[in-house]
Design a binder for this molecule. Structure first.
Ligand SMILES: [Zn+2]
Length: 342
């Protein structure tokens, strides 16, 4: 099969299309012919190096967000059949450790991530455990389905399971036009919350408005005052922040007494310093949202497939032009997902 294989760390020259052996299904696997695979930021970070997931090694086939058709099944698979349209949960646990048994396989010491530290979807075919290949209903396109796995599961976990966002909440969403935030805005609105979108450009804020955000704020201007005005002086109930160091203090400052700070990323830096008293005096809750739980993925899919939610596509391309074209090294400028059709 053709696959985009990473053989070194660096720029677009570190990857190239090669012919590699077709994957063989293990007894509990299915082989998916990839219809579409969405570019994930981790793909770019690991191409530049170093590998970030434990067990990452070269050569590597990236691509975590995969949808396609089942074309072969392992000997023990009864739950899926050839021809099924599926979308893939890329996190594969050992199945037997305490984390896996508790539904928290993202913390499994033996975690395999399809496209992260195991062969992924920048290829014509990929082998995945049958139980992680979820059916896609006919009314949802495979392109659309491929945009869902990691950003929507992450947003589901941050918004609902960790943030416990509800109808009475005012939720501030930083980097509001990122793929995760595009999901989070809609999930917060779905819960009945009011959403304050913070983003770096007017174009990104327009996307947030289109998705239902109630208040739009540029991140290069003060946000605390407008959020206080919007909430009758009280402050936000929840902040969803996967930006990290650059937005940390402003996110804390705009919370109400007892507010929840949900942190789940560090793209602008991993280290911050802050006043402990400013947090404990106000009774703020600092909540980390790491790997999504096993249940988050099917719950997210059920919600998405039942309608009323949508994704945003930025561009699409073939394997050959994925890294060379589209200016993907600066993908933070893009709004929406980049789709690859192997
Ligand atoms: Zn495990």
């Amino acid at each position: 099969m053709r696959a985009l294989v990473q053989t070194a760390f660096g720029g677009p020259e570190a990857v190239g299309v090669q012919r590699v052996p077709d994957p063989e299904p293990g007894p509990h696997d299915v082989i998916v012919q990839v219809a579409a695979c969405a570019l994930n930021r981790l793909d770019l970070l690991q191409r530049r190096g170093p590998g970030l997931l434990p067990g990452f090694s070269l050569p590597h086939i990236a691509g975590m967000d995969i949808a396609g058709h089942v074309v072969a099944t392992g000997a023990s698979v009864t739950s899926r059949a050839v021809g099924d349209r599926v979308v893939v949960d890329p996190t594969v646990g050992c199945g037997s450790c305490p984390y896996c048994r508790a539904g928290e396989r993202g913390h499994c010491a033996s975690l395999r991530v399809i496209g992260g530290n195991a062969p992924g979807g920048y290829a014509e075919f990929v082998a995945v455990p049958a139980g992680l290949a979820h059916p896609v209903p006919e009314h949802v396109g495979l392109d659309e389905a491929a945009t869902l796995p990691t950003p929507w599961s992450t947003a589901w976990q941050a918004t609902y399971r960790v943030g416990e966002v509800g109808a009475d909440d005012c939720v501030v969403i930083q980097a509001a036009a990122s793929s995760v935030s595009i999901a989070a805005i809609q999930l917060a609105k779905r819960a009945g919350a009011r959403v304050v979108a913070v983003a770096s450009t007017d174009e990104k804020l327009a996307t947030a408005a289109d998705l239902g955000a109630d208040l739009l704020l540029r991140g290069d201007a003060p946000i605390d005052g407008p959020i206080r005005d919007f909430t009758g002086g009280r402050g936000a109930d929840v902040v969803l922040d996967h930006v990290g160091a650059a937005t940390w203090q402003r996110s804390l400052d705009c919370l109400r007494v007892g507010g929840r700070m949900v942190m789940f990323g560090n793209t602008t830096g991993d280290e911050v310093s802050f006043s402990l008293a400013s947090v404990y005096h106000r009774g703020l809750r600092l909540l980390g949202a790491g790997a999504y739980a096993a249940d988050d993925f099917p719950l997210m899919l059920d919600a998405y497939f039942s309608g009323g939610l949508r994704t945003v596509l930025a561009a699409e391309c073939g394997l050959e032009d994925l890294h060379a074209g589209f200016g993907l090294d600066d993908s933070r400028a893009l709004v929406g997902r980049v789709l690859v059709r192997p």
